[in-house]
Structure formats: C-alpha cells, structure tokens
Design a protein around this ligand. Structure first.
Ligand SMILES: Cc1ncc(COP(=O)(O)O)c(C=O)c1O
Length: 432
C-alpha cells in the first residue's frame, strides 16, 4: 500500500488558512515587495501626459539621448531575416561570448573565459540570476544604504536578507564601515561603481581595500558595472581586474555588464555576467535554463556587432560629460548638488531648503512645472522582514527624505529646461 507523506504543518491546507488577523498570512515573499520608486513617478508622469497632453521633461529615467548605432540595428534585423531565430545554448552563443572575453581583457583588464560568461537579457536578469546562484539559505547580502532599488528587490526574491552599509558624506563606503556592518551570516557584498543613484565612483585603492575585507571575511562580491563607460574623473577600475593573479577557483568577484548604457541598447535587453569561478558559472546556467532557457537570439547578433565597433563608447561618454559639465553647474551653485557626479548618469539633489520632503517635492514639481524626478527615499528603503523573508515594515533613514534623483543623460535642451524649472520651483518654495 502506498503511504502518503504527512501534510506539512508549516504550510496550512487551504481550508486552514487563518483569518486575516496576520496581514502577511497567505502572502508570498514577492507579494510583499513594492514596485520601485522609479515605477511610481514613471506612472505619474505618463498619467499626466495622457490626461493633460502636457509635454513632460523626463529627468526620472535613465534613457540617453543617443541611439544604438546603425550597425547594431542592422545586425538585429539581418539575424531575424536570415532565420537566426532558434534557441541558442543556455549561456549564449559562443561567438558573442568570445567577443565579450576579448572586450573584458582589452577594456576591463579581466582575464575571463567563455566558460564563465553568461549572456543575459539585460544585466538586470544577470544580476538576479547571480544572486540566486550565490544565495545560501539564511545568507545576508550587504547593499549600500543608497542603492538601486532593483538590487533590493532581486536580493529579497533570491532569499538573501539585505543589510545596509553606511556611506560617508561623499556617498562612498569605507572598508571599516563595511566590516562593522557585516555579521556571521554575511555572504555577499554588492559594489556598484559608478553608482546609481549617487553618481560616485571608487578608485582602485578604495576598491582594493573593499576587496581585501571581502577576502578576509570569505564573502562573494557582485560588481555591478553597468556605467563602466561613464567615468568623468580618472579611469574606471573593474574590481575583478584586481584579482587577475588569483587562481580562478579562489576568485570571489562576479562582474555584471550591460549593453543598455554604453550603447543606448536599453530596449534590446542584453547584458552579461563574468562569473569569478566555474562553480558559480555552472549554477548561473542552471538558473538561466530554469528562468528563460536562453537569451534572445537576434539580439545576441546585435551584441556581436556592438562589440566590433570602436570608439563609440568614448563618443557617448563625452556627450554625457558635456551635459554634466555645462548644465549641472547651476545646481551646484544653488547649493542643491554637493558636487558634479564623478560617473554614471544620475545626480542626487538635496532639496531640504524648500521645506518639502522629496515625495511632495517631486509630485508638486510634476504638477507645477511638468518635470519628472525621482524622490530619493525609494533608494534608501530598509525593509523589516519576518522569518520567511517577507517585508513587514519599511524604514527610511531620515536624511533620505530630502533627496531627489535626476538623470543627466537626456538631451541637452531637455536637461537645460528641466534644471531651470527645478531652480524656479525651488525659488518659489523658498518665497512661500
Ligand atoms: C546600477 C544598475 N545596474 C543594472 C541596471 C540594469 O540595466 P539593464 O537591465 O538594462 O542592463 C541598471 C539600470 O538602470 C542600473 O542602474
């Protein structure tokens, strides 16, 4: 006679679902995670545009004012027309991974191998896969206290408990602060340089010091280098280049890159992970197979064409640098911006002198001036979790309530208008 396993007592049978006294009862982890603050303003701006026909100055999204190069678009179309549309291997086509390995050696000084590359639909999916590949039961991930909210969502979905390390006044972490924040369950450290949302970069010395702490503590490191080509002061250092001389099995830095920023290929959805070691690369392939089978085929051919271009990323960096140098200065002069961002596409403004919290500031700015910006608290959420990893409360450090993020990768005229309207709005608040 077949014996049925006894019902698991920790998951109540449907008829046993308790009355909704406990607000989290019957809810999955995902059901407790809010959409990011980026989505809130995105929807509000779209609604205003639709309902009033007003032209909104969009400083809330990181969409650049340059387009993907023609060769990239042509490679995509050619691939589709030539019938290169079947599934590829889970990790992506070999030719693209070879081109990625060559790029990593040439530009990032990372000695990777095609066996450790995973092509992903956008680096967001690569990051998500990486967190799932690294998550041990009960493990914690260290995120910066000002973070890209998607990193937080990804960590929670992977079952990693987020713990937040403090940033200095200059928005950079110190090794001491990171060491002091960690605990016995810390397994993964997130580094994002150039950073979203602050635009800060870390030089090789700072990165080496952070890497030394991670090594000493036995952690894995995720280095999100989405904005690798947008460094305006000094040179970009890829964290994994600092462990070139370490045997592959002992490496701990997993690097994540994207075609979205450098080549404006945001909607192509193409990125990649360079895993530190073969064991993680194998886990990444399993996660990828289970989530998407393989990346989109014609887009991978577009990626090969993109990597064959030379000089284009320098052109794009200089276009954004010009915006930064010429159009953000009035914000610094007005005391709203501490300093020009050293990298990336974003700047964090402090609007405390308006007397408004950032949420109110961003909504009123949209109403009064048709300018969309993102309230900064959403980049600083510190959720309280129950034992199952579900969010039961959301804390926000008080200092984050006056921060507002703007994107400066947009076309210069849009940025000029947006900055001037922000300054007008701030003045009007001060006169009230
Ligand atoms: C820090 C950071 N990492 C990763 C990404 C993901 O970009 P994508 O999925 O388009 O590659 C973004 C996008 O805004 C980002 O800001």
């Amino acid at each position: 006679m077949t014996t049925l396993s006894p019902a698991r007592s920790d998951i109540p049978a449907r008829s046993d679902v308790p009355a909704p006294a406990d607000p989290l009862a019957g809810r999955s982890v995902a059901q407790t995670i809010p959409s990011s603050c980026l989505m809130d303003i995105y929807r509000a701006a779209e609604r205003k545009e639709r309902e009033t026909g007003a032209e909104i100055i969009k400083l809330h999204v990181g969409e650049p004012y340059f387009l993907p190069p023609d060769d990239v678009a042509k490679a995509l179309v050619d691939a589709a027309q030539l019938g290169r549309t079947s599934y590829t291997t889970v990790e992506g086509i070999l030719e693209l991974r070879e081109a990625i390995v060559a790029k990593l050696a040439r530009e990032n000084h990372i000695d990777s191998d095609v066996s450790r590359i995973l092509v992903s639909p956008g680096s967001a999916q690569g990051l998500s896969a990486l967190m799932r590949a690294l998550a041990e039961p009960g493990a914690e991930i260290l995120l910066p206290e000002l973070h890209w909210p998607v990193h937080l969502q990804q960590a929670l979905l992977a079952g990693l408990k987020p713990v937040f390390y403090p940033l200095g006044e200059d928005f950079r972490p110190t090794p001491e602060a990171i060491r002091a924040t960690a605990g016995p369950r810390t397994r993964v450290l997130m580094i994002n340089s150039p950073a979203n949302p602050t635009g800060v970069t870390m030089d090789a010395d700072r990165l080496a010091a952070l890497l030394a702490v991670a090594r000493e503590q036995g952690w894995q490191v995720i280095s999100d280098e989405a904005y690798e080509h947008f460094v305006y002061e000094g040179e970009h250092t890829s964290l994994a280049s600092l462990e070139r001389d370490v045997p592959v099995d002992d490496r701990i830095v997993h690097s994540v890159y994207t075609f979205s920023k450098s080549l404006a290929m945001t909607g192509y959805r193409l990125g990649y992970v360079a895993a530190a070691d073969e064991r993680t690369a194998q886990a990444l392939r399993v996660v990828q197979e289970a989530s998407i089978i393989a990346p989109c085929t014609p887009v991978q051919y577009a990626g090969i064409a993109a990597l064959a271009l030379s000089g284009i990323t320098d052109t794009h960096r200089e276009m954004v640098r010009r915006n930064r140098d010429t159009l953000l200065a009035p914000l610094v002069e007005a005391g709203l911006l501490r300093e020009l961002p050293a990298g990336g596409w974003y700047a964090m403004l402090d609007v405390s002198r308006t007397g408004l919290d950032a949420e109110t500031f961003s909504m009123r700015l949209l109403q009064a001036q048709n300018v969309a910006v993102v309230a900064g608290a959403g980049f600083a959420m510190q959720p309280g979790l129950d034992a199952a990893g579900r969010i039961e409360s959301a804390g926000f450090p008080p200092w984050s309530r006056h921060l507002v993020r703007i994107a400066f990768c947009v076309d210069p005229q849009t940025l000029r208008t947006g900055v001037s309207r922000i300054l007008d709005f701030v003045r009007s608040c001060e006169q009230e």
